[in-house]
Ligand binder design. Structure first.
Ligand SMILES: Cc1ncc(COP(=O)(O)O)c(C=O)c1O
Length: 364
């Protein structure tokens, strides 16, 4: 049997006719940028999140860049970020001239909330929890620290649409929640797209201006902005996806449960998840000491896997001048060297999950 790590066509096929109808409706409307589909999606996503505002953008990376711009991050400002996250989170800070201050990961593969406080200086302006793999970070602890030091919280929710901590949705704890709708995400477009959510009228207005050349009224440019608008076709597609977001999350949670119940191999470690979290399993990470050997074994048995992420941002080639060593953040280093993401996505048949479990349990 061949098992791919993600088959987007299968996820698309689950609601194919609705996606086609939505795309055609947008195409036939004759209006492609800043139109009714986008406005409608903004309202619907804000309603799902329970936030006052959603501002639809071009990508998750833009959501992060514009969120940090909106809160006024500038050269000299420090932002606490997880050492083991995806590089886009760091780009959000860097594009505004800010300095990312890395904090190691905890045993649950999220930012170690207990290690944040020791990294706060008088230059710290914000904390960026990145809710990785579909699991909301320890927001109870992070909020306490932010309140104690009057710091802004920007949440990177690119992998956790619908995840909660203590019953509260990821993306609604901080000042701004940043979402990616990259096609593989729990809520995925069929191209690039992203959004921010916030309860702040002021921040929403700022991001709305920033995404449209700094302009509300054509040719009147109030601030220096960019072009980061979600197009009408993606917005129409996302409205369909949003209807099935919870169903997709449930499906992946079911597959994750199959892995957790079925995997019995001491060489393959399933990291613990927080007790108070509703995990939406954007990914299913396991840790294996000899990753190359394990991935090769799986590939020989027809199973494709991915790694999230093999090179942590603090040692990325583009940031080599910072002089960090791999060993500076031991947990991030371990995850970068041992993490393997098993196949998990809406539309993956149980039979394939059972096959993956069976093959892994025979790995020696
Ligand atoms: C944690 C995280 N943050 C940010 C991003 C960037 O989102 P986008 O690809 O939409 O720019 C991603 C996307 O892969 C991500 O996983």
């Amino acid at each position: 049997m061949v098992v791919q790590s993600v088959v987007l066509k299968r996820t698309f096929d689950l609601h194919k006719s609705e996606y086609e109808e939505a795309a055609l409706r947008a195409l036939n409307s004759g209006w492609y940028i800043l139109g009714k589909e986008m406005e409608d999606f903004e309202q619907k996503f804000a309603a799902y999140m329970g936030t006052k505002h959603c501002v639809a953008l071009n990508s998750g990376t833009d959501a992060l860049i514009l969120a940090f711009r909106a809160i006024g991050i500038q050269p000299g400002d420090e932002v606490i970020v997880p050492a083991g996250a995806y590089i886009a989170s760091v780009i959000g800070v860097m594009e505004n001239g800010g300095t990312p201050i890395f904090v190691d990961m905890d045993v649950n593969m999220e930012i170690d909330a207990n290690a944040i406080e020791a990294n706060i200086t008088d230059k710290t302006k914000a904390i960026l929890p990145v809710h990785l793999y579909g699991q909301c970070s320890r927001m109870d602890k992070i909020i306490k620290i932010a309140q104690k030091y009057t710091l802004i919280i920007i949440e990177d929710c690119a992998q956790c649409h619908g995840s909660t901590f203590n019953g509260k949705l990821a993306g609604t704890f901080g000042d701004i929640g940043c979402f990616s709708f990259y096609p593989t995400k729990p809520l995925g477009a069929l191209g690039d797209a992203g959004a921010v959510v916030t309860d702040s009228d002021e921040l929403a207005e700022k991001v709305r201006l920033l995404r449209n050349y700094g302009s509300k009224v054509k040719y009147q440019n109030e601030i220096n902005g960019v072009n980061s608008r979600m197009d009408e076709v993606q917005a129409a597609i996302l409205k369909v996806g949003l209807k099935y977001l919870d169903a997709g999350n449930n499906e992946r949670r079911h597959q994750a449960q199959m892995y957790m119940d079925g995997l019995k191999n001491s060489k393959v470690i399933i990291p613990p998840v927080y007790e108070d979290v509703y995990h939406v399993y954007h990914l299913f990470p396991v840790l294996v000491e000899d990753r190359d050997d394990f991935q090769e074994y799986l590939a020989k048995n027809g199973i494709k896997t991915q790694v999230h992420y093999p090179i942590p941002p603090y040692v990325a080639e583009c940031y080599k001048d910072w002089g960090y060593q791999w060993s500076d953040f031991p947990n991030a280093e371990q995850y970068a060297k041992q993490e393997v993401s098993l196949p998990i996505y809406a539309g993956l048949p149980d039979e394939e999950v059972r096959y993956v479990i069976d093959v892994i349990n025979r790995y020696s």
